[in-house]
Design a protein around this ligand. Structure first.
Ligand SMILES: *Cc1c(COP(=O)(O)O)cnc(C)c1O
Length: 361
């Protein structure tokens, strides 16, 4: 027996299950399991990436000034309080490392994103799962779960994998109701899909206890590059800046993200396509007897009668070359999370679910 052992909590982490990308023996596969933008990044972003290839011998910028300025311009924020990470996952990890340790509690909602639990355990702290109400965040339940050990509250709004969202008034009530020593983290990975929503930036500016995380992995179509960012009050950003490695985001990622965030026309186009196809897909599935909550993100959480039916439908979809996401690990065993693809993909999904349901019940 080795005496070399990791810190407490690490071995309680279940390995993250990514969305699969292949089906053995199938070509013409559509991947709808990781909430990726079906159209990919904008042409301006691809051009920036191509150009970055000529400077790979150079270390990246360590202050991320150009990308922070671009984000600040486009979103109307204070560039000095933006921090860039290798995906928002890294910002989430910094927050846990900085604010939670052994004996501390970190709250996430019942169907919250897996990385909250993973980063909490990696920091040696204890994840606390709070119930939702019918797959919607319950602010009262979060407030009731806070105690003197609570350090962080993670809330994705819109939430993944439910796709539901709570209103800005409810988020403000949560921020105002937390004990003084608790930091609220608003994960806005899907904020760009909600027209007119600032992801919580306004609340960050008005308060000392709210941080927002954002990503280039979803609407901007850059999941493969790993770029995200955080925005918070000065006292928090000063702490996170000390955690961050100087070269945590590579230059190709910085340049590409900068071009992507400035290409607002592409962002609007992708958002509008998503809104249209999401409504179409939800209605098509409902007509086949498969309901879903009103989604505010780029995926739909399709609900089946039970786990057996959800899994059988998933197998049928796989046979048709369609990869969606099982979410039993998120306490949603009777559901499948389906990314909203382009029109052809949505039609294939609706057709295959219809085929399945006509024989299932
Ligand atoms: C996809 C997703 C992220 C983004 O993670 P990145 O590390 O930026 O790719 C963050 N939070 C939630 C809830 C997500 O679904």
């Amino acid at each position: 027996m080795t005496k070399i052992t990791p810190q407490p909590g690490i071995m309680d982490i279940a390995l993250y299950q990514g969305g699969s990308a292949h089906i053995p023996g199938q070509s013409n596969v559509v991947k709808l399991s990781s909430n990726e933008n079906p159209y990919g990044p904008s042409d301006a972003a691809k051009e920036a990436y191509r150009k970055a290839g000529f400077d790979l011998h150079r270390y990246p910028s360590s202050d991320h000034a150009a990308l922070r300025a671009a984000i600040a311009d486009v979103h109307g924020l204070d560039a000095d309080r933006i921090l860039c990470g290798a995906g928002s996952d890294e910002v989430i990890s910094f927050l846990c490392q900085a604010y939670a340790g052994p004996g501390d509690e970190v709250i996430h909602t019942e169907h919250g994103f897996a990385m909250y639990r993973i980063s909490t355990l990696a920091a040696g702290a204890t994840p606390v799962e709070v119930p939702e109400r019918e797959r919607v965040t319950d602010v009262n339940a979060i407030l009731a779960a806070c105690n003197e050990r609570t350090r962080l509250v993670f809330l994705a709004n819109p939430n993944n994998p439910t796709g539901t969202m709570i209103g800005e008034g409810e988020v403000a009530r949560l921020a105002a109701g937390l004990p003084d020593h608790v930091l609220l983290v608003l994960d806005g990975a899907y904020a760009e899909y909600v027209e007119g929503y600032d992801g919580g930036a306004g609340l960050v500016d008005r308060r000392e206890n709210v941080v927002m995380t954002r990503t280039f992995s979803k609407l901007y179509g850059l999941g493969g590059l790993r770029v995200g960012w955080g925005y918070g009050p000065t006292h928090v950003m000063d702490v996170l800046a000390r955690m961050r490695g100087p070269f945590n985001v590579n230059q190709a990622a910085l340049d590409t993200a900068e071009a992507a965030v400035r290409d607002t026309a592409w962002a609007v186009k992708c958002r509008e396509s998503n809104t249209r196809m999401r409504a179409w897909l939800a209605e098509a599935l409902a007509e086949h007897g498969v309901p879903s909550d009103t989604s505010t993100a780029n995926f739909i959480l399709a609900r089946f009668a039970d786990q057996a039916e959800a899994e059988a439908c998933d197998l049928h979809l796989q046979a048709e070359g369609l990869i969606v996401r099982r979410v039993a690990g998120y306490n949603l065993p009777n559901c499948l999370r389906i990314t909203v693809g382009d029109e052809a993909s949505c039609r294939r999904v609706a057709h295959a679910v219809g085929q399945f349901m006509s024989t299932a019940r």
